[in-house]
Design a binder for this molecule. Structure first.
Ligand code: ADP
Ligand code: MG
Length: 267
């Protein structure tokens, strides 16, 4: 299986959580069994899917400290095909508490081992730092999806996360690969936005998703209603863009599977 995707970028505010929630929900709407794991102690994916953090008794924290199985922490969402592993506030402590633990970078990988095969996609919403939580995500993941905000410092952030990927590939997870780069908060009236897209396309022609996520105020409103965009405002451009991204991810995966089997390949 090759279905665990870390949504990561060491820069904050680039659209990781927005992408994790709405891509996960859109995959679920395409009838894909999807699990979203909130790895950020801020818990924005958790609250954004309408889960009340103050009422949690089991969350990712207990999974990482080894006291609960991952399945015990899963929460249902409004979409039957989408389950969530929520992050409670105490997750911030895990960063420090795990330091002395054995297999400290492998905790999430170990927890997902027997579970990931039950899903078509497992998305990991990462925090913006390079601590043990992010390392757990990159160690557990098969691939990395990098959201990039179309603004001036975007390429610097991209360089940093790609460097991290290389480090992880050389040690903790040699199988980790780049799933793709997705442009977020694109503003077609802004010339710089177009330049950033062109520059990334020039550097990573086959890794940049064709789908570009446009800036859309409905996307920033939906978390406060505890809903993904496809339920909050299904006719918005945000809902359309994340639906397109889900379809593109699915079709890329099918293409890869067919290529491995030699289907559609010229001999
Ligand atoms: P990260 O998880 O990388 O810190 P977020 O997904 O939380 O980033 O996004 C940062 C802020 O930008 C949030 O307030 C979010 O609502 C907003 N945002 C993200 N993507 C869009 C978009 N396409 N259009 C408008 N606002 C967006
Ligand atoms: Mg976030």
């Amino acid at each position: 299986m090759d279905n665990i995707i870390a949504v990561a970028n060491q820069k904050g505010g680039v659209g990781k959580t927005t992408t994790a929630i709405n891509l996960a929900a859109s995959l679920a709407l395409e009838a894909k069994r999807t699990l979203l794991v909130d790895i950020d102690p801020q818990g924005n994916s958790t609250t954004g899917l309408g889960v009340d953090r103050s009422k949690l008794t089991v969350s990712l924290y207990q999974v990482l400290d080894g006291s609960r199985f991952l399945g015990e922490a899963s929460c249902e969402t409004e979409l039957p095909q989408l389950l969530l592993i929520p992050a409670s506030r105490d997750l911030v402590g895990a960063e420090v508490e795990l330091v002395g633990a054995d297999r400290r970078e492998y905790r999430l990988k170990d927890a997902l081992e027997s579970v990931a095969a039950h899903y078509d996609y497992v998305l990991l919403d990462c925090p913006p730092s390079l601590g043990l939580l992010t390392l757990n995500a990159l160690t557990a993941a098969d691939s990395l999806l990098i959201p990039i905000q179309s603004e001036y410092y975007a390429l610097e952030g991209l360089g940093a996360i790609l460097e991290t990927m290389n480090l992880v590939q050389r040690g903790l997870n040699p199988m980790l690969h780049l799933e793709g780069i997705v442009i977020t908060m694109f503003d077609s009236r802004n010339r710089l936005s177009h330049q950033v897209v062109e520059e990334i396309r020039a550097h990573f022609p086959d890794k940049l998703f064709d789908t570009i996520i446009r800036r859309n105020v409905r996307l920033s409103e939906s978390p406060s209603y505890g809903k993904p965009i496809c339920l909050y405002d299904p006719t918005s451009t945000g809902a359309q863009d994340y639906k397109d991204l889900a379809k593109e991810l699915i079709s890329r995966g099918e293409h890869n599977v067919n290529a491995e089997k030699g289907i559609g390949e010229r001999s």
